[in-house]
Design a protein. Structure first.
Ligand code: 2BA
Length: 148
């Protein structure tokens, strides 16, 4: 792969890699932790996006965050799950990107984050970009290079 091809890969837009919002498991700010736990278990994912009622990205909720929040001194207090809302426990410091940003930025964020939330210009959630889709694209580039 020459320098120009590498530059082209890194400047590529990321639109085609996005998993659309309709296929992404998510919860809303005011959902109970009990509901969030059910969505996480049913979807099979360890962390999912949190949105507000206008579909704007607010953070992420994970199995670990939920379990930590109901950890008592000697046991996990499952009976407290329905008393708390997602907003109290979620991580609001999450990376986000717009479709027009470059692949290089997505690659950088994927070092520390398994997925990145994508938003439109109004801040509304449009989907996620996963580490898997980023790595798959990099792999395809190198594999094709090897055979040319
Ligand atoms: P995790 O849930 O920790 O999943 C890590 C990796 O395990 C995923 O990597 C995927 O390769 C595999 N995996 C886990 N659960 C799966 C399932 N139910 N079906 C198929 N594969 C599964 P990535 O695909 O790169 O996803 C990275 C992270 O993005 C996931 O971390 C999850 O937090 C989030 N994610 C991915 N797809 C999602 C979706 N449709 N809805 C909500 N969150 C999603």
């Amino acid at each position: 792969m020459n320098d120009q091809q590498i530059r082209q890969l890194l400047q590529n837009e990321i639109k085609d890699l996005i998993i659309p919002a309709s296929q992404v498991a998510h919860v809303q700010l005011n959902h109970s932790l009990e509901h969030a736990l059910l969505v996480l278990i049913k979807s099979g994912y360890s962390a999912i996006p949190v949105l507000d009622s206008e579909y704007k990205i607010c953070g992420q909720i994970s199995l670990t965050l939920i379990l930590e929040s109901i950890l008592g001194i000697e046991r996990i207090e499952y009976e407290n799950l329905h008393e708390h809302q997602v907003a109290e426990v979620m991580n609001s410091k999450i990376p986000r990107m717009k479709e027009s940003e470059t692949f290089l930025r997505a690659l950088e964020l994927s070092i520390n984050h398994p997925f990145v939330c994508m938003e439109d210009d109004a801040g509304r959630f449009v989907g996620i970009l996963t580490r898997k889709s980023i790595l798959a694209l990099v792999y395809r580039y190198f594999r094709n290079k090897k055979t040319t």
